[in-house]
Ligand binder design. Structure first.
Ligand code: SF4
Length: 378
């Protein structure tokens, strides 16, 4: 039997958010869409599931057809236009999956997929092809090969619960997964990648926090994309996670029509840090998920945005703009690069004011350590 959100404590207040939200294509009938919009949304929803809790739907301004929350969850007919070169598995999860429900791309960390279900289905999701299959919720048995693999690989230090959304699982299932992972002595860090604090903040309860507390350092990586998602309820949720001692980071996706302006990104990053205590970590360039060309910017547009952000925001508020390369090439930074020229010890570097300045390296000549390869071990 698989376990899902609705199998948690039956009287939990947040369950009203789930029940009164959109859970099936037929629930789109309850939304204030024109008949044409509804028909188009229903057609698109047949290709990528639709789900949104009431609390998240309530953030939408239905008078604004370009509302940034709406753009993230209401299916669009543009999703049906797959562009040449778009991919089912944009970052190569499958090629690096030695056992089911686990991806091992980098030596010291693995992705663990306890569930392929989410509290909210985002139209831009780069794993949406994995989420379409039914019957891929959490079961103890389904995770056994992945846990055995982690136990057999002492180089693994970090386990990243992702999916699907791990926080869409019941507390008991989370506690069990956490206990199984922390029983593997070489694992040092448990990371949780989740949209629940954004779309269903009432789900962040003392019971959920307790389920995650144990031997391991816990990092919760949230996924806010717009400042409008930051509300009193998300403040409460993040405060609870912070007070538990968890490290909070955020990754956003750069989405055309949602957050592709300096003003939108600046407000998002400031509110994350100042109001939620969540460090902006990554700004992802849009992955090559199928049917998402209408939400992708060019890389040059992204670079111009982050260059402007770099000049406006402090280091702690600035995310790193990255692209997750196809075929498992990993996340690589896209800039900005402030090096204009380099010749030996002479560098020409562009400042945050746009002016280039010369910089000459001065390194102690008598110190033998300076000639050593810095990447070599001692
Ligand atoms: S919550 Fe995460 S995994 Fe689920 S649809 Fe959204 S982006 Fe994808």
């Amino acid at each position: 039997m698989t376990e899902t959100l609705t199998q948690n404590e039956p009287d939990a207040a947040w369950q009203d958010d789930v029940r009164q939200g959109v859970r099936h294509v037929r629930d789109l009938d309850r939304l204030p869409l024109s008949s044409g919009e509804r028909a188009a949304a229903q057609e698109a929803a047949a290709h990528h599931k639709v789900r949104a809790p009431k609390a998240y739907l309530d953030l939408i301004d239905w008078n604004d057809p370009a509302d940034p929350i709406r753009a993230q969850i209401i299916p669009s007919p543009a999703e049906l236009d797959a562009a040449e070169g778009e991919l089912d598995d944009p970052i190569g999860d499958h090629a690096f999956s030695p056992v089911p429900r686990l991806t091992h791309r980098h030596a010291d960390r693995v992705l663990l997929f306890p569930t392929y279900q989410c509290a909210v289905y985002c139209r831009f999701c780069f794993r949406k092809e994995s989420l379409t299959s039914i019957g891929r919720g959490y079961t103890r048995a389904a995770l056994e090969p992945a846990l055995a693999y982690i136990a057999a690989h002492p180089e693994i230090r970090e386990v990243i619960l992702t999916g699907g959304d791990p926080l869409s699982l019941p507390d008991a299932a989370l506690a069990e997964i956490r206990a199984r992972v922390e029983a593997i002595a070489h694992v040092r860090l448990l990371r949780i990648h989740t949209r629940v604090p954004v779309a269903l903040p009432s789900r962040i309860t003392p019971g959920l926090v307790e389920a995650l507390q144990g031997r391991l350092m816990v990092t919760v990586v949230t996924h806010f994309n717009h400042a409008r998602e930051i509300t009193p309820a998300t403040e409460t949720a993040c405060r609870l996670l912070r007070q538990a001692g968890f490290v909070l980071l955020n990754q956003s996706v750069l989405l055309k029509g949602v957050n592709d302006s300096v003003e939108a990104l600046e407000e998002l990053c400031r509110e994350l840090m100042y109001r939620l205590g969540v460090k902006p970590y990554y700004l992802h360039h849009g992955d090559l998920a199928r049917g998402m060309a209408h939400r992708r910017t060019t890389i040059a547009q992204g670079q111009a945005l982050v260059e402007a952000l770099r000049a406006r925001l402090s280091g702690i508020c600035n995310p790193v703009y990255v692209i997750d390369l196809p075929e498992g090439g990993g996340k690589v930074p896209l800039g900005p690069c402030h090096v204009e020229a380099h010749d030996g010890e002479h560098w020409r570097l562009r400042g945050l004011d746009g002016e280039a300045r010369d910089y000459r390296e001065i390194v102690g000549a008598g110190d033998n350590r300076s000639s050593k390869d810095p990447t070599a071990g001692s």
